[in-house]
Ligand binder design. Sequence first.
Ligand code: ATP
Length: 679
Amino acid sequence: MNTYRITLLAGSSQTKTILSKQLKQLFGDILTVDAFAIDEELPSSLNSRTVIVSSMQAKKEIPAILLSGASVIVANRMPDHQHLDKLLAIPAETKALVVNDSYQSAQDTISTLTQLGITHIEYIPYQKGHPVPSGISLAISPGEMDSVPETVQDKIDIGVRLLDYSTIFEILYSLNMTDLAEMISQRYLRNLISLHQDLLLAEVTANKLRLHLQHVVDAVDDSVIAVSKDHTISVLNDGAKMLLNLEEEYSPVGKPLQEILQDDAVANFILHGEEENEFHTLNGIDVMIHRYVLETEGTCVATIKTVRQAIEIEQSARKELAQNGLVAKYTFEHIKGRHPLIQDVVKIAKKLAMSELPVLIQGATGTGKELFAHSIHTYSSRKNGPFLAVNCSALPETLLESELFGYEEGTFTGAQKGGRKGLFELANGGTIFLDEIGDISQSLQARLLRVLQEKEIRRTGGHKLIPIDTRVISATNNNLLEKVSHQEFRADLYYRLNVLSLQIPELKDRKSDIPLLIQHFIELSGRMVRVDPAAEKALLQYDWPGNIRELKNSIDYMLAVCDGRTIQLHDIPNRHLEKPAKKKTSKTNDIQLTVMDKEQYLFILQSINKANEEGEPASRRMIAEMSKTTRIPLTAQQVRHRLDFLEKSHYVTKGRGRAGTKITVEGLDFLNSLTDYMQ
Ligand SMILES: Nc1ncnc2c1ncn2[C@@H]1O[C@H](COP(=O)(O)OP(=O)(O)OP(=O)(O)O)[C@@H](O)[C@H]1O
């Protein structure tokens, strides 16, 4: 049993617990420590001659219970170093409110923190009842969290402050034990030294990191300049030094940007620019400056390339895309056809290209859906980005899923090391074309819907969400809406994909384009071959269920079998010569028309079709004028009657002015049947 006793009187039970623990650690083997808190019940008298009070406030509470002649030591206190590493992680120059039980003790805490070398924070002592200065979102408090104003968002508790060494020494002195000072001070310092080691280590690590980062930015090809919130330079690499003609040994870090960069326009762009990229001339060199802001710290970062570098990068990126087959091959120039039906679709597609929204292209097999998807991409602002096409019906479900979304390493046996990017990621900044979209499984439909909604993907087996900026064009030759009604295709996905829609006409509805397409495919083959009129007529009569692809394949076949100069009737594959099941003349028979009527309608429809093909408006006056040179001249009045009938029968549409009269799909059909009839 120790013969010496000391008493601790603390302001709160929390402080009592912490300080009595500290006293017992230091003195436990040589004296007895009694501890009381003012907010608990106090004894009627204290029986030790040395009383330590935790604050001046606590001192006021005790005169009545003190032994006479007892010495009272008012403690000097310092933060507990074990909690101080929380402060080391705070970014430099952060403003922090220091909250304690009084303004004075807040100031004391600040001065101790500063003495301990924690000087990178801007401390502001808090005075109870005073408003919190603006721009402060962090409070630091030594165990007085209840006193932190509610308006401050982030709070750091650095724990109850401990007794400092001067107090420890005073205790020894009052007990006449100064001979133990060395032993006790060693115990005391052991803890403190570890804090200094932490601080030192943190500084050494920070310096090493700074140096390492400087080497990294120096190795970058671009010039890099980073500017802090106060417009002083925080990073400037070797490339930027060269560009700005600065000495190699000179360090501009900490200097105002405007002092180093005398070009006001450039400095202004780096600090306040609204665009991401701008072209400037710096010291006589044309450069492209890319700027971005690190939001968390308000730092502006500018990377500068010479224009030559920028062009080289652009060219090599395009080359790489082309080598990987990631570029669109076709433009609207490749879409042949003068028929109003195809011309109208091209016109609409050009408008859709200007938008960023998803497009759904519908049309029968071989009508040119893929050609349109390429053309929309090359006509859009994404034309320099990648274009990736995937046929959704060509791959088994799991393979298609990993193609589209990629996977993380280790997702399945044989997965590539480091994982693999999916097509959505590869098409970033460009367009992905999902052909035969109607064939994807329900689970892929759900995943695709999420991509369209969230504009981010998660690789298979991965957790990270990767933002993507990929436009989706899809195509189908199924009736998707019918699939929706049979619940084979999700309605929500259908409406997401079909924000903009394009319907490609079938070849049988624009047969007047057949001669031109035949010519086009012959030209593509590089051969000088003509088509015999009888052969052309036969090709015009066929309905081409496989559309333009079938026509192209047939031409290739005929070119291979023909005599080398002319494609003859006997070169045409047999199936193309079979008479269509439906008699073409049926339409003309349905309506009671005289031969004269039929002849006049034929002439009128031929005139309208010719004008439409040549992009000219067809008008009543023009038709009457043209008829004058024929066997059956028509008055303007007669033409009007005939046109009224044709319009009522939906064979033509009448528009005002430039739009003029246009032949419809049904009108073309009627025209074909009239031609057949006359022959
Ligand atoms: N208007 C056109 N002018 C010239 N060539 C065309 C035209 N439309 C289609 N083609 C050609 O026809 C072939 C089939 O076109 P494409 O592959 O784009 O059709 P699709 O509708 O996507 O077919 P599928 O539904 O079978 O996927 C291609 O060789 C294409 O170049």
